[in-house]
Write a protein that binds this ligand. Sequence first.
Ligand code: 4AD
Ligand code: MG
Length: 436
Amino acid sequence: MTAGADSFQTVRDALAEGAVGSALKLRGWVQKSRSSGGILFLQLRDRTGTIQVTARRNEIGEEKFASAEHVQVEGAVMIEGTVVADPRSKSGREVRARSLDVVHAGDPFPIFLEQTEEFRLDKRHLVIRSPEHVTTFRIKAALLRELRAFLDAEDVLEMTPAILTGNPAEGGAEAFQIDYFGRPGYLSQSAQMYLEALLFPSERVYAITPSFRAEKSRTPRHLTEYQHLEVELAWCSLEQLMGFIERMMVTVLHRLATTLPKELASLGRPPDELLAIQAPFPRITYVEAIDRLSKAGFPVHFGSDLGTAEERALTLEEKSPIFVTHFPAELKAFYMLKSPGDPRTVEAADLLGPEGYGEIIGASARETDVARLIERLKAIGAPVEEYEWYLDLRRHGSVPHAGFGLGIERVVRWMLRREHIRETTPFPRTPSRHTP
Ligand code: 4AD
Ligand code: MG
């Protein structure tokens, strides 16, 4: 029963060119099965795909056939058989079993299509076996891989900053507080401050870490825990950073469209739509955005935040991501550099996903002057002494630099046109749920 791993082939091997006629051994899980007239039809899934397996009573024997008939959806089996052409199946192939061993027949699988969303979230550990989830997580893995490949080619070094911290980077209000041996600790909202420290010896650094936001916002684009890619570049202006972001997005989206076209299409994103995205992306200033929104009937003025509805209106008709730049300083974090030509605004840019999806990247040039940073911290009522170590970075070789944060799940949601961001992550964390 426990044959060595390499004596098994995969569904991919069975579907490969020239495989018809070859003998192989497969093992995996049963997606569905039916028995009719002494023939058992199984849809078998392994990590590489699915294929139909047929097993005849007179070939595999009475006893094995009877036990195979009891295998439930998601039961596990091992088969030996031959690949045959089958024009009726979608793949044009099936495997005709010579022998079939049940590894685990399983209990009746409790997941059906018509169940409520709450029930499906309770059973998330089982629901994630669905073809949609399998494909989504494969694309997400490829996205992470391609981002790393791009950053590596650009000589940006991967770092491993701390997640437990005494400084909530993006404003204490939305940080999860924990008891750190009797002192307050926080779960990281952003690796930015640590990346800024690491930038001085290495100039170009990034990290992919979980970030935590204790936001009660129940929107289809907020998680309380998400994967955050953050990049920090020395000797970099906002303009140069936007160029970097455009190159990164175009390179990665085109790579995904060429390496996973079928997977993207199966989830509602024709790969050609990603291939059509080219740099430079459209750019509008915050002031222009406010102007557009107020003409569209939104009650906005200089200083209004752009929320879900506003970002949706700005991007609904767009096919490409767009940059919104130069936000009012009071809307953005204390570390952002004031615009040289306009003290009311900062050198910040949000990249908004098209088709109504909204913010996927937050970027800015950083304030380099220690006195101005202290002034900004005081203005927002932050405890300056807790930022002493961060202020040190502006006391020893402070140089112009800029960086951004990209929400991995936000990108996947837009790319795969998912209604809710929770479908882009296996165990979504939202205000109402942190289990399973
Ligand atoms: O705009 P944010 O809050 O920026 C920062 O945290 C900066 N310190 C990043 C940096 O410059 N190093 O977050 C960055 C991105 C957003 O654009 C969004 O894509 C994602 O993180 N994000 C979320 N994704 C899912 N759920 C949430 N609750 C998110 N909050 C932010
Ligand atoms: Mg932001």
